[in-house]
Write a new protein. Structure first.
Length: 409
């Protein structure tokens, strides 16, 4: 049933710049609505809302009274996919040596620092999901791309992401970047059958490279809305049904190719009040689309600018700038780089003693597989690497000394 124009107008005027959820604070929006109109608008926020549930939460008493005569809300079992996982975790992984049989259809890559034999994943009959968390370092792509249902990336270094995306072809991609590194959509060029992309990070670039031909669902944030993004959306116009864009840009409806996106059914945008009337007019002209007009995103927190200062003893030394403050950082598997047999946390314990003796100002926050140290100057970072190498070189001698002492006793 179509929603009458006056009801739509009241809804969009009340929720513009606040989002669909804000309608709860404006119950008079539904004063002239029929129950079916109310239900259709509530499904903007709750797509799967049933009639009984909508009646029970309605702001009008006459709508709430309908609940007793409506069938109860069906108890739908939670449809959680049942995967058979293979988890590949650790600094060094060789896919060729792994056993991936027994119906495995999902793989987790966790904290991988070095990866060989990625093409072995193609042996999986149907790789439904591939997760990657906290992985770093590039790897050699296989001869043929590995087919994946859903590729889920979070917190991985750009060089690893580039290798992974160039080694796979996914139908759906979930991509989250928590740090300052950009999400570069150019790496998706080979994912020609992509139907859904949900990417969120500090900023997104190369929207023009989107393989948009088969896209049905697209969520991007934060992104600069420009002519190149508009071209990508135009290319997806025949299939795209759901669109979400998080941007601080003050855009007007003419900045996006809505005329070309005829299959749209749900749109969520961050908007400024500048073009309020134009946005509401667009929403009224497309009653088949549910628009959710949120306000501008909160200011982005100041993120540090991180770049490679130099490589010392096979360890990356990073230059970190946050506002006017400059520091240097090591965030690497130093134990592996210098040949130390124990963990990076054990290595930190020994370095801490030497740093205090040398009166070095260092902030430590290491984990088992990563040594993290922040200093005020680059020379202190070099000192850390040199001392770590010295500790690694002394470790065998220390073990031999303990062995001779035990023999004499």
């Amino acid at each position: 049933m179509p929603i009458r124009r006056k009801v739509l107008l009241a809804y969009y005027e009340a929720t513009f710049g606040r989002g669909a959820a804000s309608v709860e604070r404006h119950p008079r929006v539904f004063a002239d609505a029929t129950f079916d109109e109310y239900l259709a608008l509530k499904r903007t926020e709750y797509p799967d809302l049933d009639k009984r549930g909508a009646a029970e939460m309605a702001p009008r008493a006459d709508f709430r009274a309908l609940a007793k005569n409506l069938p109860p809300t069906p108890l739908v079992p939670i449809d959680e996919p049942s995967f058979r996982y293979a988890e590949l975790a650790g600094a060094k992984i060789d896919g060729a040596a792994l056993r991936l049989g027994n119906g495995v259809d999902a793989v987790r890559l966790k904290n991988v620092k070095s990866l060989r034999g990625f093409g072995a994943l193609a042996k999986i009959a149907e790789l439904r999901t591939l997760f990657a968390r906290g992985c770093s370092a590039s790897f050699a792509p296989p001869r043929a791309r590995v087919e994946v249902g859903t590729l889920d990336l979070s917190g991985c270094r750009p060089e690893f992401v580039a290798s992974l995306l160039e080694s796979t072809r996914a139908r759906e991609v979930e991509w989250t970047e928590w740090g300052a590194e950009p999400i570069d959509l150019a790496h998706l060029a080979g994912h020609t059958g992509l139907t859904a992309l949900h990417a969120h990070g500090a900023w997104i670039r190369n929207a023009h490279a989107l393989p948009a031909r088969h896209l049905k669902s697209l969520a991007l944030g934060r992104i600069r809305i420009d002519a190149r993004l508009a071209d990508a959306l135009r290319a997806a116009g025949r299939t795209l049904r759901a669109l979400e864009l998080v941007s601080a840009d003050d855009i007007a409806p003419t900045d996006l190719p809505f005329a070309a996106m005829r299959t749209l059914r749900r749109v969520r945008l961050c908007v400024h009040p500048t073009h309020r009337d134009a946005w509401i007019a667009l929403a009224l002209s497309r009653p088949e689309v549910r628009f959710d007009f949120a306000g501008p995103p909160a200011p982005r927190p100041a993120l540090p600018e991180i770049e490679l200062a130099e490589v010392h003893g096979a360890v990356d030394l990073l230059r970190v700038v946050r506002g006017t403050k400059l520091s240097y950082r090591i965030e690497s598997d130093v134990a592996d780089a210098v040949g130390y047999a124990a963990t990076n946390r054990d290595l930190e314990d020994q370095l801490l003693v030497r740093a205090r003796a040398a009166k070095r100002a260092i902030t430590w926050s290491s984990e088992a597989d990563t040594l993290v140290a922040t200093t005020r100057d680059l020379e202190t970072c070099r000192w850390i690497v040199d001392e770590a190498a010295a500790i690694a070189a002394e470790a065998p001698r220390a073990r031999r000394t303990r062995k001779r002492a035990a023999t004499r006793s």
